[in-house]
Ligand binder design. Structure first.
Ligand SMILES: N[C@@H](CCC(=O)N[C@@H](CS)C(=O)NCC(=O)O)C(=O)O
Length: 336
């Protein structure tokens, strides 16, 4: 399991490894060749790991190539469900629970059901739930189906640096907030929370003089940082007790995350309503009343950030993605 209530008990929070790690590649070496229209991405807009894939798909213009289903932000005891769709069924896969795709792949699979997941539409089988690999493959293996003007999100010459930055950000921040939030003793909490804020300080210094994390264009590293930062004040600050300061109190990081939020492909995928309801309602172990806080105010997300002055080209030699595909818009309830 990922971050469901069963993921923490008396022990240290430990994120489970993705069980299904087949890769969809240009040469199809795992039996899953990149093919237009064959696969469906199943995501939850509340989930930071799934949201990476939602953003990459949009930036790369893969909407026609890889369709997308969005699950209800609230799981029940059968995990992720398609209750946002008519009749509670995913219109393409015809299933009510994501677990049905896991079962189709492996009978009696004893592990947890997690998003993001990519499902093979013809067979209804799950192909992968490997959240660390999915976006890298969208960027590097699906190139034949990228839109014209798609950015290179994982440029070869910068891979070592991107990997290095992403590793530290994952340990201390992406996953660090979960370690803080699900800690069951003071020491584990303090260690995790301290690492979160050290990493934020490091990031703030790095981003004071450069618009993006690595190089002068948006890369995979920015996507992975964004999906954590956008959740910071709405959930990690309160719900996960990462509350030494709010992101909005750090001028550099607050401007950085608003810059990305306002870049097509980022903010237009974010549903603050799903985010808040998922964390506060689902994790009853740490929020037993399930009350969802009213704040923070969201209007600030659209205010000027001034980061253009740092130079850089968001899409390199490419162009921004076009409008959100009809039917995939975030409802007004989740937008600033
Ligand atoms: N596949 C990984 C990472 C992805 C992940 O944690 N996704 C979360 C949502 S943010 C999830 O689906 N967790 C399963 C659950 O909470 O039931 C895992 O299972 O830990």
């Amino acid at each position: 399991m990922g971050d469901g209530n069963s993921a923490y008990g008396k022990k240290k929070f430990k994120r489970s490894r993705s069980h299904f790690a087949d890769r969809i590649t240009a040469d199809g070496r795992d039996g899953w060749p990149v093919t237009e229209g064959r696969y469906r991405l199943v995501a939850c807009r509340a989930c930071p790991w799934a949201s990476r894939a939602v953003i990459s798909r949009r930036l790369l213009g893969l909407e026609d190539a890889l369709s997308m289903g969005i699950v209800d932000p609230i799981q029940d005891d059968r995990s992720w469900r398609f209750t946002l769709d008519a009749d509670g069924r995913d219109p393409v896969l015809g299933i009510r629970f994501l677990s049905e795709a896991y079962d189709a792949r492996e009978t009696g699979y004893p592990g947890g059901v997690s998003v993001p997941a990519i499902v093979d539409v013809p067979s209804g089988q799950l192909v992968t739930n490997d959240f660390q690999q999915i976006t890298l493959d969208l960027a590097t293996e699906w190139t034949a189906l990228h839109r014209e003007g798609a950015p290179d999100l994982y440029p070869e010459r910068l891979r070592d640096e991107i990997d290095d930055v992403m590793h530290g950000v994952y340990e201390d921040l992406n996953n660090g907030v979960y370690r803080a939030g699900f800690a069951t003793n003071q020491k584990d909490y303090e260690e995790a929370c301290t690492a979160v804020f050290h990493r934020l300080e490091w990031l703030s210094k790095r981003l004071a003089g450069q618009r993006y994390l690595v190089g002068d264009t948006i890369t995979e590293a920015d996507i992975r940082l964004f999906t954590t930062l956008v959740r910071f004040d709405p959930v990690y600050h309160g719900h996960f007790k990462c509350n030494r300061w709010k992101l909005a109190e750090d001028p550099v990081l607050w401007a950085y995350v608003r810059d990305l939020f306002q870049t097509p492909g980022f903010g237009d995928t974010v549903d603050f309503d799903h985010i808040k309801r998922h964390y506060y309602e689902v994790h009853t172990g740490i929020n037993p009343t399930g009350i969802v806080p009213l704040g923070p105010e969201l209007a600030g997300w659209l205010s000027a950030h001034g980061r253009e002055e740092l130079g850089g080209h968001p899409f390199g030699d490419g162009t921004p993605p076009g409008p959100v595909r009809p039917g995939e818009e975030v409802p007004a309830s989740g937008r600033p």
